[in-house]
Design a protein around this ligand. Structure first.
Ligand SMILES: *Cc1c(COP(=O)(O)O)cnc(C)c1O
Length: 362
């Protein structure tokens, strides 16, 4: 069975080695005669995977000791609600930097809980850019400042993160966590649904500074209170054990491949190949994001005219390329180059794009 060139935005490509490994022990985990899915989440076998994933993530991202690492459910989308429920007290405001649709969704949930404020927005330029750090507005009332590190739909990414003493920065890193080195200590909370760079859907990683636990109100539903998951080490109830097992394999794969530095370098090579193809096409392919804000994970581009775009997507599909259609809200094309997308897939895509360009030169 030949594997396809997978450029899906999420769920997305997983490393073939990881899938092979999972397959090899799917029926009998470590010759124990049961699938890991069939073990109790209280068993020592599962506990080892659970703790191992936590430790490996800490190691790979260099997470300081005053941070907790949690494995939750409900996707990044539940974090949109949990963050204001836990941290947005009366008399304060949630400060949101709006750089795309996911940021808008996060803001919408916070509005239901308390006061909000938009510290900056790139909506006026159709989310083509990330704001200059100096232009973001802060206030003494900010309970936190929320940003989206990589805008999966619009193809933009923060290259640097804001830093100051008062602001508690919170970041949705669903689509670029583990893709580059990360100054964890500049954030109070980082969260990411696993299904882009970390593993399969079903588990959400939360990296939380311990001092954030001080002011959580006592009337929250147990499952929506971060303290529950901190106290029980993400084992208050049944965790998504298979997803966490897959996460542990992806983290091991990342380590075996040289860790974040090596992955970041390879990601840059992949991204440059594709942007060079776009920029070298004399406008046939048109990158939609502002050059300085371009994402290394989601490359968004357009072709001249809807008909050519549709033909491009159709022929790409026939050639074995998957997931190149842009998000339904913005149209166009998008290639997602997450960690697990091999550089060979990117070479194949660039070759296909050259061929298509020459065939349909206008
Ligand atoms: C995919 C994505 C989400 C949504 O994640 P779910 O796990 O489906 O809730 C949120 N934010 C960003 C930046 C994303 O890329």
């Amino acid at each position: 069975m030949e594997r396809r060139y997978n450029f899906n935005a999420g769920p997305s490509a997983l490393p073939q080695e990881v899938l092979d490994h999972a397959q090899s022990e799917l029926l009998s985990y470590q010759q124990l005669g049961m699938s890991i899915m069939e073990f109790s989440h209280r068993s020592k076998e599962y506990q080892k995977i659970h703790d191992g994933a936590n430790e490996l993530l800490r190691e790979l991202l260099n997470i300081p000791d005053d941070y907790e690492v949690l494995f939750l459910q409900g996707g990044a989308s539940l974090q949109f609600s949990m963050i204001p429920m836990n941290f947005l007290s009366e008399g304060q405001q949630g400060n949101y930097v709006i750089t795309g649709s996911w940021a808008q969704k996060a803001l919408k949930e916070a509005e239901k809980i308390g006061n909000t404020f938009i510290g900056s927005s790139s909506q006026a330029d159709d989310f083509r850019s990330i704001p200059d750090l100096g232009t973001i507005k802060y206030s003494d009332q900010d309970a936190y400042v929320h940003l989206t590190s990589n805008n999966t739909i619009h193809g933009t990414q923060w290259k640097h993160f804001p830093k100051n003493d008062q602001s508690r920065f919170i970041a949705d890193m669903s689509s670029d966590i583990l893709s580059r080195s990360l100054p964890v200590d500049q954030f109070s909370l980082i969260y990411a649904g696993a299904q882009k760079n970390l593993g399969p859907a079903g588990v959400t990683v939360v990296i939380l500074k311990k001092d954030m636990l001080k002011n959580i109100p006592d009337n929250l539903p147990t499952m929506l209170d971060y303290r529950t998951h901190v106290d029980k080490k993400s084992l208050y109830n049944t965790p998504p054990s298979f997803a966490i097992y897959m996460l542990s394999l992806v983290l091991q794969w990342t380590k075996n491949n040289g860790g974040i530095q090596a992955i970041e370098k390879l990601n840059a090579e992949k991204t440059n190949l594709l942007y060079d193809t776009i920029d070298g096409s004399k406008g046939f392919y048109n990158g939609t994001a502002d050059k300085l804000s371009r994402s290394s994970m989601n490359v968004t581009f357009r072709l001249p005219g809807k008909e050519l775009e549709e033909l491009f997507l159709k022929e790409a599909e026939e050639e074995g390329f998957v997931g190149l259609k842009g998000h339904r809200s913005v149209g166009g094309c998008r290639a997602s180059l997450y960690n697990a997308v091999p550089i060979e897939s990117v070479h194949a895509l660039c070759d296909f794009m050259h061929t298509f360009h020459h065939k349909h030169n206008i």
